[in-house]
Design a protein around this ligand. Structure first.
Ligand SMILES: Nc1ncnc2c1ncn2[C@@H]1O[C@H](COP(=O)(O)OP(=O)(O)OP(=O)(O)O)[C@@H](O)[C@H]1O
Ligand SMILES: [Mg+2]
Length: 281
């Protein structure tokens, strides 16, 4: 089932001349993990905002085409209606914390209280979200006593507790140290394994290759490619779009080690090991 359908989406911010999104069309199946890549200002964040309806409802500007999330047309729906279907996590976990709650548990409960979720269900949902993000040991901690990685996982847990079908993450680990990033990527992977549709804008290509089912390559607001990581990262013209392929792809390219039976180079450590071992035999 298609959970996201984008048809000829065009968008221009107010008081600007160029299109931030230019004739984008693509579809995402339920449960897919999509990595959005592209150099700075390619339009990744703008596309994320378009999936949750802040484009056009908050930013205004020129808008054309259609975005449909879980059957709801974003351009014609209220943001609070859309937010029941799609949750968003931003770069900086600090900006997502209410600042008024004493514990992680209360922080996660906050959104649910606002939705008027009955108490028993609320407890169920919070426990599940904390468990999924491995945050149960921190449930009584003060939100600002957490590490960056823990705080971002708390922010994700708050979103998950709202039970959206789709989660959009805009460079969720760009402010975190390597350990915090790893924790967050693993957490996102567990959401994906639970069947949630995950859309993640990300600059770390090794991570995109490792986790994403498909990669959406944006350049100057246009969709250049939307395919399996190894296909996108094997393109010869990647540097034209300001993208460096994962280091595994580069090494395999240099040694001309392709994936068995395919015309593409490996994009992950696992695939690279297999291709290199095969080449030696
Ligand atoms: N609030 C805004 N008002 C006007 N123009 C904007 C605004 N936000 C982004 N833009 C423009 O829209 C285009 C796409 O920017 P966007 O922030 O979506 O890129 P990005 O791929 O997320 O970049 P980065 O990798 O730096 O996060 C750019 O030309 C940018 O200047
Ligand atoms: Mg951005």
């Amino acid at each position: 089932m298609k959970t996201i359908v984008v048809e000829q989406l065009k968008y221009r911010y107010p008081l600007t001349q160029t299109l931030a999104l230019n004739e984008l069309s693509f579809e995402v199946e339920e449960g897919e993990f999509i990595g959005i890549v592209g150099k700075n200002l390619a339009g990744k964040s703008t596309l994320c905002q378009a999936l949750i309806g802040l484009v056009p409802h908050f930013y205004h500007g020129g808008y054309g085409g259609r975005v449909i999330v879980d059957g709801l047309e974003v351009g014609k729906s209220q943001v609070d209606e859309i937010s029941k279907k799609v949750g968003i996590v931003f770069q900086n976990p600090f900006t997502q914390v209410t600042g008024s709650k004493l514990t992680v548990y209360e922080e996660i409960a906050f959104g649910l209280e606002n939705l008027g979720v009955p108490r028993a269900e609320m407890i169920d949902r919070i426990d599940h979200a904390l468990d999924l993000l491995q945050m149960l040991p921190f449930k009584d901690r003060a939100p600002f006593d957490l590490s960056g990685g823990q705080m971002q996982r708390m922010a994700i847990a708050s979103i998950i507790a709202m039970r959206p079908k789709i989660i959009v993450l805009d460079e969720p680990t760009s402010q975190l140290d390597p350990q915090g990033s790893e924790e967050v990527f693993r957490a996102i992977q567990s959401l994906s394994r639970e069947g949630m549709t995950v859309i993640m804008a990300e600059h770390k290509m090794e991570k995109v290759a490792q986790y994403a089912d498909r990669v959406l390559l944006l350049h100057e607001g246009r969709l250049i490619d939307f395919d399996r990581p190894e296909k996108v990262f094997s393109r010869d013209d990647l540097d034209q779009y300001g993208i460096a392929a994962p280091v595994y792809t580069e090494v395999c390219k240099a040694l001309d080690a392709k994936i068995a039976g395919e015309p593409y180079y490996p994009a992950t450590l696992d695939e690279a090991c297999k291709a290199l071992v095969m080449r030696r035999e």
